[in-house]
Every structure is written in structure tokens, then in C-alpha cells.
Write a protein that binds this ligand. Structure first.
Ligand code: NAD
Ligand code: ZN
Ligand code: ZN
Length: 387
């Protein structure tokens, strides 16, 4: 089959690889019909999340069931499904408690400070196409993909919905939803989302759906802010053109926002990353978004973090967090917990997800699209690949 194979940073090629096959009784094989490139894929693409060997990327995909193992009674050949990005068993302590991203049974590896393998229970879920660190499973930017625990993850999609309408249930909509869910809105809150990328825009849409009274998007790319305004009806602030902390305080009677979401992650903290990882290939001096969130939130407010961090972050302003009494929560989204409700929201027309797609191209163009998405060229917000 053809697949987008990561070889080394900035080197992704579509080439012929071996077809996946059923390896465990709870596996299914999907014929992928649509798959997206995620901001998380860029961490691998840019070498910020290391991957030493070649691997098929892609954790946002859906398709048609081609083959099922004997342990997947709920799916049959021909079913059309969308698949959560964490590989979770459904039965362990964490899965049973609605925390699928902490699954103990999917071969996630966690390493200690000296690089030693920690085999603690609850090491966290593996992810599709997300490096050996996250289990080493091939991903879905391919014609076919093996889906472990296929009796637990995949959700059948109603025929009347197109791929584009439901594809983002795999990751970015549940992730944006989680960012707001963790803030436990009571209604009427001012929510500021840093990052108007695909995840940030999904958080803005989720904020309205969960009862926010005001939604403000912050980014440094005007065309992304434009998308946030059009697609998520957000007020927008360009952090390159103003002191956004001051402006947010002015907008909130001097208090600061009730909730701030970091939907940017470690790219904005490159100098800390460089120091931690002893690498120098990234430009220095970018704005530290997590710190901006702590500044922009009101006292006793909530900061949630869905942007990915993968290294120590020194000089974290603990005193601000402590003094302001800020509730802080972050991590990977509990996709399996949210996905059925979110599918209902799509099905009933309460939310539209596909309006952020700016590029839909054959899988064969994956390499070029990674480059464009990474450089934020061609007004690119979200890329969908069609195998
Ligand atoms: P993206 O790279 O397309 O978007 C990031 C946005 O942040 C861009 O629009 C960029 O212009 C903006 N940005 C950069 N520096 C900024 C700054 N200083 N101030 C304001 N905005 C700034 O990525 P995405 O797909 O939207 O993903 C965003 C983050 O969410 C990534 O870190 C990704 O890995 C992460 N993510 C997390 C989960 C999860 O489960 N927690 C799931 C999916 C993605
Ligand atoms: Zn993703
Ligand atoms: Zn589990």
C-alpha cells in the first residue's frame, strides 16, 4: 500500500510499504478514506518529538472496515467508522474511569531523566502514528491501517454525514472540547483561547456550546485569526500587534478572563526546549503562551492546556499560579469519553467542523502539504489527505 512515511525531520515521503494485517484478536483493518495532518504531527516533523526509525504517521483518520479479528463483534466488513487517536483497551483502571488517554494496556513507553524505561502501571495510552515513545504503532496517513482494540475505539458514522463533517471527531474537536470541559463553565464566562489553529478554533466553538458568554481568540497569524472569527464567531486579538494581556484586562473590567486556554504548546517555548534538549536549530525569543495565560486569567480563574509540552519548562512562574489561586489542568483529551456526545452535536447540526478545511488533496501530496502546513503558507489551516 501507499503511506506517508516519516524518515527524519522535514523528510516525509509517500511510498510503498507492507500492508497491515490483523495481529491480535481485537484488531481491525481499515481502508482509510480521509486523514488529516495535525499540529501534533508537526512536533515530529520538526524533530521536537524524536523518532529514530521510519514510521507511518497520522492519528486523525476514518475509513471503511476491511477486516476484523474474532474479538471485534461490534464491527463488520463494510462499516464506516471514525477512530479516536489514543489506543485504549476499554477495560483497565483508567479506561474504566473515563480516562482512556491513560490506558495501561497499549504499550506506551515512559522514560525517566536518564533515559531509562519506566514500566510503571498506567504509563499512558499509545497513539496512532506517534513515534516509538507512544507505542510505535503505524498511523493512518496511509491506504490501510491496523486499529487495535477495535471493539472499543471506532465509532460508526451515519450515512448522511460526509467524511469531512465527522473526521475531526478523531482528535481536534474532542481536544478543543476537553479544554473547555476542564474549566467547568457555569455559564456566561469570558474564555480566551491562545492559538487560533485547528485545535484553538475547536476550543472556541466548544466554549460557545458549553455556555461561554464571550469568546476571544489570540494568535500571531492574521489569516488564522480571520478563520477564528468566521468559523467560531470569536473576537480576535493579534499578539504581534498589541499587548494582549493589557487588552484582555481592559476587555474584562480590569479582572482578566475567567478561563484561558493554551492551544499553542511548546513551539512558543522553543528557547526553553532548546536548553532542555541541548539543540539550537530553533529561533529564540518567542512568546511564552502558558505564561501569558497565567497573566491574562483573573484571580481564581482557570487555565487549561491542550497545546503539547514535551520538555521541562524552566522558570515556570509558580508564584503567579499560587498567588492568583489559578486552577491549572492539561493533557491529552479523553476522546472516548466525549466522542458520542460530540457526534450527536454534529448530527443535530449544532456544530459545523469542516469549515476549517483549507486543503483537501490526494495522499500522494502529503510531503508538500506538511511543508505548507508547517510554514503556515497558502492560508493553510487544516489539511485533509485522501488516500
Ligand atoms: P497549529 O500549529 O496549526 O496551531 C498553533 C497556533 O498557535 C498557530 O495558529 C500559531 O500561529 C499559533 N501561535 C504560535 N505562537 C503563538 C503565540 N506566541 N501566541 C499566540 N498564538 C501563537 O496546531 P494545532 O493543530 O491547532 O494544535 C495546537 C496544539 O495542540 C499543538 O501543540 C498540538 O500538538 C496540540 N494538540 C493537543 C492535543 C491533546 O490531546 N491535548 C490534541 C491535538 C493537538
Ligand atoms: Zn491530532
Ligand atoms: Zn485501558
Amino acid at each position: 500500500m501507499k503511506a506517508a512515511v516519516f524518515h527524519k525531520p522535514k523528510d516525509i515521503r509517500v511510498e510503498t510499504v507492507e500492508d497491515p494485517r490483523i495481529e491480535q484478536s481485537r484488531d481491525a483493518i481499515l481502508r482509510v478514506t480521509s486523514t488529516a495532518i495535525c499540529g501534533s504531527d508537526l512536533h515530529i516533523y520538526n524533530g521536537m518529538v524524536p523518532q529514530p526509525r521510519s514510521m507511518v504517521l497520522g492519528h486523525e483518520f476514518m475509513g471503511i472496515v476491511e477486516e476484523v479479528g474474532p474479538g471485534v463483534p461490534n464491527l463488520k466488513v463494510g462499516d464506516r467508522v471514525v477512530v479516536p487517536f489514543p489506543i485504549s483497551c476499554g477495560g483497565c483502571f483508567f479506561c474504566s474511569n473515563g480516562l482512556p488517554t491513560h490506558c495501561e494496556n497499549s504499550n506506551h513507553k515512559t522514560y525517566g531523566p536518564e533515559g531509562e524505561l519506566i514500566k510503571a502501571k498506567g504509563a499512558g495510552a499509545a497513539l496512532f502514528g506517534y513515534t516509538d515513545l507512544y507505542g510505535g504503532y503505524d498511523g493512518g496517513q496511509a491506504e490501510y491501517v491496523r486499529v487495535p482494540y477495535a471493539d472499543y475505539g471506532p465509532r460508526k458514522v451515519p450515512d448522511n454525514l460526509t467524511d469531512e463533517q465527522v473526521l475531526f471527531l478523531t482528535d481536534i474537536f474532542p481536544t478543543g472540547w476537553a479544554a473547555i470541559d476542564w474549566a467547568e463553565l457555569k455559564g456566561g464566562e469570558t474564555v480566551v483561547v491562545f492559538g487560533a489553529g485547528p485545535v484553538g478554533i475547536m476550543a472556541m466553538k466548544s466554549a460557545w456550546l458549553q455556555g461561554a458568554g464571550r469568546v476571544i481568540g489570540v494568535d500571531i497569524e492574521p489569516y488564522r485569526l480571520d478563520m477564528a472569527r468566521k468559523s467560531a464567531n470569536a473576537e480576535i486579538l493579534n499578539a504581534r500587534q498589541m499587548d494582549v494581556i493589557e487588552v484582555i484586562r481592559e476587555m474584562t473590567g480590569g479582572y482578566g478572563a475567567d478561563v484561558c486556554v493554551d492551544a499553542v504548546g511548546m513551539e512558543a517555548h522553543r528557547s526553553a526546549f532548546e536548553k532542555a534538549m541541548n539543540v539550537v536549530q530553533f529561533e529564540k525569543g518567542s512568546m511564552k503562551v502558558l505564561e501569558m495565560c497565567l497573566d491574562a486569567v483573573r484571580r481564581a480563574g482557570v487555565v487549561t492546556v491542550v497545546g503539547v509540552y514535551g520538555s521541562p519548562y524552566d522558570n515556570f512562574p509558580l508564584y503567579k499560579w499560587f498567588d492568583k489561586g489559578i486552577k491549572l489542568m492539561g493533557g491529552q483529551a479523553w476522546v472516548h469519553r466525549y466522542i458520542d456526545h460530540l457526534l450527536d452535536l454534529v448530527q443535530s447540526g449544532q456544530v459545523v467542523l469542516n469549515d476549517i478545511i483549507t486543503h483537501e488533496v490526494p495522499l500522494s501530496e502529503a510531503s508538500r502539504m506538511y511543508d505548507i502546513f508547517n510554514k503556515k503558507e497558502d492560508n493553510c489551516v487544516k489539511v485533509v489527505l485522501k488516500p
